[in-house]
Design a binder for this molecule. Structure first.
Ligand code: NDP
Length: 314
């Protein structure tokens, strides 16, 4: 069977660039949306050119020009969107409604993977405001996809290692300290950490797989289901030293979120996500079937372990 042709939207992003790389590596004819709006952003242009050198095709299209999106979509079989969705960087999740309209009109797409790649929003109806906006917006996009009868796969990728492992699960930190760490409560709540390149590869593996059609696929590499204490311990083993530990209780953490000024909206959103992951255990407090789990579906992927990821900071 011929490999599906893939269009990556948001291919210049933190995750998107890895999806482009994985798509090319897996042998898919790969198209990357080039938005004229990036203007004189030389870094993005250079990145797009590097994709071209690796064999990708750049297709021009704009979210402000429906026809251009339809024309881009008609050249491929699968659309993967990795548009921004982190408030500390940029949050454009609802822009995907424009993409959904274009996919609907084009009528040829065998699979659409919207920009999800985190906590399963369908399980976050109870989430704290204002952080719940991420989940609410992703659910609005899901509803539009399903109402348009567009075949889909939703990827629940859990925690990006760069943010969570790099910072030993502490918000606002992305480099591990060799001195101290602040634990969330007793630090024993389990979360799930996934290397961003592995997320991209698992994502690409799903696109031509009938088992993943119209499903949510969770990435839960068994050896990366760890508590904050276990992540810290892996780091301590690597540096041969115990960190000084303090702790912040659930009540204190919640009062910090409430105390943040409204203008610090992005920070409030981020802390809300950490609350659900690190205190509530929202990534691990439910069971899934093996058939919904990426490392079970694709055992050939040699995923990165937390300790190996941390090794790069030593
Ligand atoms: P980025 O912030 O790196 O942005 C990705 C792309 O968004 C950019 O390449 C850009 O494309 C596009 N974009 C930004 N603004 C606009 C706009 N106005 N119009 C059109 N396109 C725009 O995204 P991330 O890689 O950080 O996030 C991707 C997904 O991953 C999100 O859904 C996010 O929620 C999730 N995520 C999950 C995390 C986790 O720990 N589970 C952590 C971080 C993200 P262009 O080059 O064309 O401008």
């Amino acid at each position: 069977m011929a490999q599906s042709r893939v269009l990556v939207v948001g291919g210049t992003g933190y995750l998107g660039r890895r999806i482009v790389k994985a798509s090319i590596a897996e042998g898919h004819p790969t198209f990357v949306l080039h938005r004229p709006e990036i203007g004189t952003d030389i870094e993005k242009v250079q990145l797009l050119l590097s994709f071209k050198e690796q064999g990708a095709r750049l297709v021009e299209g704009s979210f402000g020009n429906h026809r251009s999106l339809v024309d881009a979509i008609r050249q491929v079989d699968v659309v993967i969107c990795a548009i921004s969705g982190v408030h500390i960087r940029s949050h454009q999740i609802l822009l995907q409604l424009v993409l959904v309209d274009a996919i609907k009109e084009a009528g040829n797409i065998k699979r659409f993977l919207p920009s999800e790649f985190g906590t399963d929003p369908a399980r976050m109806g109870h989430a704290l405001a204002p952080g719940r906006v991420t989940f609410d917006d992703k659910m609005v996009v899901r509803k539009a996809i399903e109402e348009a009868n567009i075949p889909f796969t939703y990827i629940s990728a859990n925690c990006f290692m760069g943010y969570f492992v790099g910072g030993l699960c502490q918000p606002g930190k992305i480099i591990p300290s060799t001195e101290s760490v602040c634990l969330h409560g007793d630090g024993n709540v389990k979360a799930i950490y996934v290397d961003e390149d592995d997320i991209a590869l698992y994502t690409i593996k799903t696109i031509d797989d009938r088992r993943t059609l119209n499903k949510t696929i969770y990435i839960r590499p068994p050896q990366n289901i760890l508590s904050q204490r276990e992540v810290v311990m892996a780091w301590e083993e690597l540096i041969g030293k115990e960190l000084e530990k303090t702790s912040i209780s659930e009540e204190e953490f919640l009062s910090i979120i409430k105390g943040i000024a409204e203008q610090e909206f992005a920070q409030q959103v981020g802390l809300g996500h950490y609350y659900h992951v690190c205190y509530e255990g929202c990534l691990t407090n439910f069971e899934i079937d093996e058939e919904e789990e990426a490392s079970h579906l694709y055992p050939e992927v040699a995923y990165t372990r937390v300790k190996d990821y941390l090794r790069r900071y030593v």
